[in-house]
Design a protein around this ligand. Structure first.
Ligand code: RTP
Ligand code: MG
Length: 141
């Protein structure tokens, strides 16, 4: 199995719920290493740029408003099959459809306030990691 990296964001709702550590524990428990990490409050331009792929979608405006509503924690995770492993830990986009024991089932309130983001492909993971971290701030092990 290939060692991959993925970009993960703990969204404003989960930061406000004080569950950063619990979410980090799930990553570590699944064998994902945190190889870069930063807490930040996204500007509107940063959020719009990050979600540019969704710019034409009806939920784009609400998504951007939500993502700038409070601080987030952004991390790069590294490990075997990291992209899919991380998405399995997150659960379905809509927490009502998320499997029991997933981050979204346990911590998310709605499809908008859904606790976490995770890259959906190797190509997007590379783009998204570079969006937040210069190579010198990713500490591969
Ligand atoms: P994410 O990108 O945040 O990891 O989530 P995802 O892949 O599961 O979902 P995606 O389709 O990429 O959508 C990005 C975020 O937009 C919000 N969304 N709202 N109201 C809606 O129908 C709707 N659909 C998506 C969610 O917050 C989702 O995480
Ligand atoms: Mg997505």
């Amino acid at each position: 199995m290939a060692i991959e990296r993925t970009l993960s964001i703990i969204k404003p709702d989960a930061v406000a719920k004080n569950v950063i550590g619990q979410i980090y524990s799930r990553f570590e428990g699944a064998g994902l290493k945190i190889v870069a990490s930063r807490m930040m409050h996204l500007s509107r331009a940063e959020a719009e740029g990050f979600y540019a792929v969704h710019a034409a979608r009806p939920f784009f405006k609400d998504l951007v408003e939500f993502m700038i509503s409070g601080p987030v924690v952004v991390q790069a995770l590294e490990g075997e099959n990291a992209i899919l492993k991380h998405r399995d830990l997150m659960g379905a986009t809509n927490p009502k459809e998320a499997a029991a024991g997933t981050i979204r089932a346990d911590f998310a309130d709605s499809i908008d306030a859904n606790a976490v983001h995770g890259s959906d492909s190797a190509e997007n993971a590379a783009i998204e990691i570079a969006y937040f971290f210069p190579a010198s701030q990713v500490f591969s092990r």
